[in-house]
Write a protein that binds this ligand. Structure first.
Ligand code: PLP
Ligand code: SF4
Length: 336
């Protein structure tokens, strides 16, 4: 069990770590010893998509460095408020593909359940930053409608719990959900798309680990890390404890200007992931969501980085470079 102790020496519960996340730009700037002039623009940009970052993640940032690659992922900037043609609120066509409340069925055999709108961290480049969770949420009573669609569609072999972050749900809520999915005979796999083990490793408690090995369905967990500094010893230990339960661990990253747009960074990320028993899966080109244009790396540059990476790493540690296009039957490979 991964637990950060509080002052009394008791294991700190993840709910507490989640509640204590930094949401005020002034506090983030102060904790990191940054220029106070960053506060006002951050407040303006946070009006559209609030700041949220767990303290443990902030502790992995370099003090006094406004260009820190972890900080860049979470600090709201004025650049987010500049309109760019082609950068829109729903860039991947999630809304037209909704099969029902909270269920996205775009690809054969697998459907994605929006299990919750809540995330432990708010990533500035998130393609769902403007997703209308309140309308689409599969929460409470709406789970039933989504589950009924899953039961009725025998072509579905895999359910992906996503969000938001599905590990924002309590262990008992997850257990209820997986018990229901276990009982659907045509399902063969359960997948989780989560950033919690990386940004809030406290979430990987013994209850979660027990849950992961309690379902009849083989579990794949796709975590989300973009930079090697995100994977410190605590995160690596949390990931290994998940792998010990027989879960297949994969990572997806987004290629982000000023964060991980170099072969050196991505090589180190792949190697640290493997040390923690995670394989690189996708490297996504940025989804063109409104407010994220300043993170975009062009396709030509992305291909150069990937080529360099391929020349250095074994094939199984090289992620697949993809982009998401509305209306396609899978992620689209980006090829030379
Ligand atoms: C990305 C995505 C998936 C998963 O795609 P894989 O290629 O299987 O990883 C499934 N459903 C939706 C709606 C997605 O956006
Ligand atoms: S954790 Fe994932 S869903 Fe949540 S804000 Fe970050 S990118 Fe978006």
């Amino acid at each position: 069990m991964i637990a950060v102790s509080n002052r009394a020496g008791q294991p700190r519960r993840w709910q507490e770590a989640l509640r204590e996340a930094i949401t005020d730009p002034a506090e983030l700037v102060e904790v990191l010893g940054l220029d106070p002039a960053l506060v006002e623009p951050a407040r303006r940009a946070a009006e559209r998509f609030p700041l949220r970052v767990p303290r443990g993640f902030v502790a992995r940032m370099r003090r006094g460095d406004p260009h820190d690659p972890l900080l860049r992922q979470v600090l709201p900037l004025d650049a987010e408020l500049v309109e760019h043609p082609g950068f829109v609120p729903d860039p991947v066509g999630d809304l037209p593909s909704a099969a029902g409340p909270g269920l996205l069925h775009k690809y054969a055999g697998r459907a994605l359940l929006i299990a919750t709108g809540a995330c432990a961290v708010h990533c500035r480049y998130c393609f769902r930053r403007e997703f209308p969770y309140a309308e689409q949420l599969a929460g409470a009573s709406r789970f039933e409608a989504a589950l009924e669609l899953i039961r009725r569609d025998a072509s579905l072999e895999e359910v992906i719990l996503s969000g938001g972050d599905p590990l924002s749900l309590s262990n008992s809520r997850l257990a209820e959900l997986s018990a229901t999915l276990d009982a659907v005979p045509h399902l063969r796999r359960l997948r989780l798309h989560t950033r919690h083990p990386v940004v809030l490793p406290e979430r990987v408690d013994s209850g979660l680990l027990d849950w992961l090995s309690s379902t009849r369905l083989p579990v794949a967990m796709v975590v989300h890390a973009n930079h090697p500094a995100e994977i410190d010893a605590t995160v690596a230990a949390a990931l290994r404890s998940i792998a010990d339960r027989g879960v297949t661990l994969l990572n997806q990253s987004v290629l982000l200007k000023g964060v991980n747009d170099s072969a050196d960074t991505l090589q180190e990320l792949a190697e640290r992931l493997f040390d923690a028993r995670v394989l690189p899966y996708y490297l996504h080109l940025l989804d063109r969501v409104r407010g994220a244009a300043h993170f975009e790396v062009c396709e030509e540059e992305a291909l150069k980085i990937l080529e360099a990476l391929r020349a250095r790493l074994p094939g199984y540690l090289t992620p697949r470079l993809v982009r998401e296009e509305a209306g396609q039957h899978s992620k689209t490979p980006v090829a030379q």
